[in-house]
Design a protein around this ligand. Structure first.
Ligand SMILES: [Zn+2]
Length: 252
């Protein structure tokens, strides 16, 4: 899927969520209220995956925060109204826990959140980041995200969290990665202080024991607020290799 890069460009393109041909609006990734409102350094799909791309391996500076032209107006408005505020409250609470945390390795957060709304926004972010459109076309993803009260979380997908304060960003919606123990994996990864988000499809994550599986957030009903205790490990993102953390040594 090609992107409209110029704000003034009114050409139509395919919406990353509903698949409709329309004028696309800029989607902040993560949402602006989740501390994504400053110029940042980022590496996205093009830089990471397409080696022939001249931007490969280079940082791209975005003046308005990270994001892309990806959703039609209707999807942008709907998901913005349905999920974004609750996701941002989750991130704000996570940020407070991170600031108050004294352990170097693990952060425990006592949250009062709407888990279903939060995980819907996380899956939406991967769908938006995924320029290939693989995630949007997985069975049940569109229905789950376009029906706000749906709790039919798509089968095969799992979402994991870790604590993260790294300046370097991975914004990878979906990719095929090779893991020495697990073989070929379908992964995605987005990191943005205070959390890193890891997407898997029919694959284990790189470090089961170090990543908090929050797929169970999808078992709450939509809009239901409840206390959640989250224990997340600090993982440092320094290079652009998905699933690699500079403070973790891989042992086969
Ligand atoms: Zn749409």
């Amino acid at each position: 899927m090609s992107l409209i890069k110029n704000r003034e460009n009114k050409a139509k393109n395919l919406c990353a969520l509903c698949g409709k041909l329309d004028v696309l609006s800029f989607e902040h990734l993560p949402p602006q209220c989740a501390f994504n409102n400053k110029p940042i350094l980022a590496q996205g799909h093009n830089e990471l995956v397409e080696e022939q791309n001249p931007m490969f391996g280079k940082y791209r500076r975005s003046q308005r925060g990270y994001g892309k032209y990806s959703l039609c107006k209707s999807c942008n408005n709907n998901t913005g109204n349905w999920y974004v505020k609750d996701f941002c409250q989750f991130v704000e609470q996570g940020m407070v826990s991170l600031k108050n945390n004294t352990s170097q390795w693990v952060c425990e957060s006592n949250l009062l959140i709407k888990p279903q709304n939060v995980i819907k926004q996380i899956l939406l972010m991967f769908t938006v980041a995924d320029a290939s459109g693989v995630i949007a076309n997985l069975s049940g993803v569109r229905e789950y995200l376009l029906e706000r009260s749906s709790i039919r979380f798509p089968r095969g997908i799992r979402i994991y969290l870790y604590s993260n304060v790294s300046v370097s960003k991975r914004m990878i919606g979906h990719c095929i990665a090779y893991h020495p123990l697990h073989g070929i994996c379908q992964w995605g990864e987005i990191n943005f202080k205070p959390f890193g988000y890891f997407f898997t499809y029919d694959s284990p994550p790189p470090y089961c024991e170090l990543m908090a599986d929050v797929t169970g957030f999808s078992e709450s009903t939509y809009d239901h607020e409840r206390p959640v205790i989250l224990r997340t490990t600090y993982l440092e993102v320094e290079n652009m290799t998905i699933g690699h953390y500079s403070n973790v040594k891989f042992e086969e």
